[in-house]
Write a protein of this length. Structure first.
Length: 368
């Protein structure tokens, strides 16, 4: 019995683009550990006479996913490199943007329209630039900041008494502390979500057509064919998918395998999708196959058998499939409610693997 695993988005192997960003976030999607659990828990249950004959394989497609062309410079939590050019070497527009950035870091509350007027009047003042060119580099930036402050309207004395301002040093420290705190919050989200979205776009935008599948779907189809080659006649093929891997199999079963003359006898007898968005994608009309809801395509496909959709209330990236796809069978797995980690929790949960083993044994052709 071959068992195939297909991972979801934002999974990379060491050395692939994006590996350093997502490794600590998706460390739970580790094929060696998943294979060990399948071998120890599932294989003896489905093949008690010969557990060593159960063949395991992974269809890896992370290297075909999205990658940062600019090393993630668009991410808000990334520290930008300090400017290494003297202010006198900047164009007026570059100088204006640099001054804006500096005051943004220095200020918590400002009359921003008034501040922008002052910043850009300094940046475009040719007389000030003449003075700037005569100053040593270490004095250029303080000179410009003082020039901006001098062009800001004076704060009335009464306002100073009613709303005493923090010393500028404390304002800067407070701003930097707030930035560091918010970056700490953003960083784990930005390590996962952009590549999550990017991988979805990379697949959907490049999946090709049933007659000419794209690179990710080609790898899925070839991986399924290779797994089937390890099956004895009449032996079932089992597929376990996580997250976006479910969408890949759904497209394969309903559109790409039916169009492949070499795959006419390929059948996924049991498919378990954990933490997937299959039901959501179907309702949003994002699959190649499009039928009236609930779609009969999976039930009628000669390539598809039993479909078990495992989701969790605490996994915000998982969705139901019953009622959207006929013959889908949902199970809401109980986890502890850790929103950050429960999307990966299925693949590290012994109860899931034990349940998976029983479901495979009860719903594959070798037991009918």
């Amino acid at each position: 019995m071959p068992i195939v695993f297909i991972h979801g988005v934002a999974v990379r192997q060491e050395g692939d683009p994006g590996w350093e960003q997502v490794n600590h976030v998706t460390s739970g999607v580790q094929w060696p550990e998943i294979r060990r659990r399948l071998r120890e828990v599932v294989a003896p249950a489905v093949r008690p006479d010969a557990p060593d004959e159960v063949h395991f394989s992974q269809i890896y497609w992370g290297d075909l996913g999205a990658s940062y062309a600019g090393e993630g410079r668009s991410l808000g939590s990334r520290e930008q490199a300090a400017r290494d050019r003297a202010p006198a070497d900047l164009t007026p527009d570059e100088l204006g943007e640099a001054l804006e950035d500096d005051f943004e870091r220095r200020s918590l509350t400002r009359d921003w329209p008034t501040l922008l007027e002052a910043v850009w009047s300094v940046a475009r003042d040719e007389n000030l630039r003449s003075i700037l060119l005569a100053l040593p580099q270490q004095r250029q930036w303080p000179f410009l900041l003082s020039a901006v402050e001098a062009r800001l309207p004076a704060v009335p004395l009464l306002a100073r008494l009613e709303e005493p301002r923090l010393p500028s040093r404390l304002v800067v420290q407070r701003r930097r502390g707030l930035s560091r705190t918010l970056s700490t919050v953003r960083r784990p989200i930005e390590d996962f979500v952009p590549l999550f979205i990017g991988d979805v776009i990379a697949y959907v935008g490049g999946r090709g057509t049933p007659g000419r599948p794209g690179p990710v779907m080609t790898r899925v189809i070839e991986g399924l064919k290779a797994a089937q080659a390890h099956a004895a006649p009449g032996e079932p093929l089992v597929v376990l998918t996580h997250s976006m891997g479910g969408q890949l199999i759904y497209d394969a079963l309903t559109a790409y395998l039916p169009a492949d003359p070499e795959a006419q006898n390929l059948r996924v007898d049991f498919w378990c999708a954990v933490g997937s968005q299959v039901g959501l994608f179907r309702e949003l009309g994002q699959f190649v196959e499009q039928e009236e809801l609930p779609t009969p395509a999976l039930r009628d496909s000669p390539h598809a058998g039993y479909f078990w959709n495992v989701w969790s209330y605490s996994d915000l990236l998982s969705f139901r499939a019953e009622g959207v796809i006929l013959d889908a069978h949902d199970t809401a797995f109980p986890f502890l409610g850790n929103v950050r980690s429960d999307h990966l929790a299925y693949l590290a949960n012994d109860d899931f693997y034990r349940t998976f083993a029983v479901k495979v044994r009860l719903h594959t052709r070798q037991n009918t």
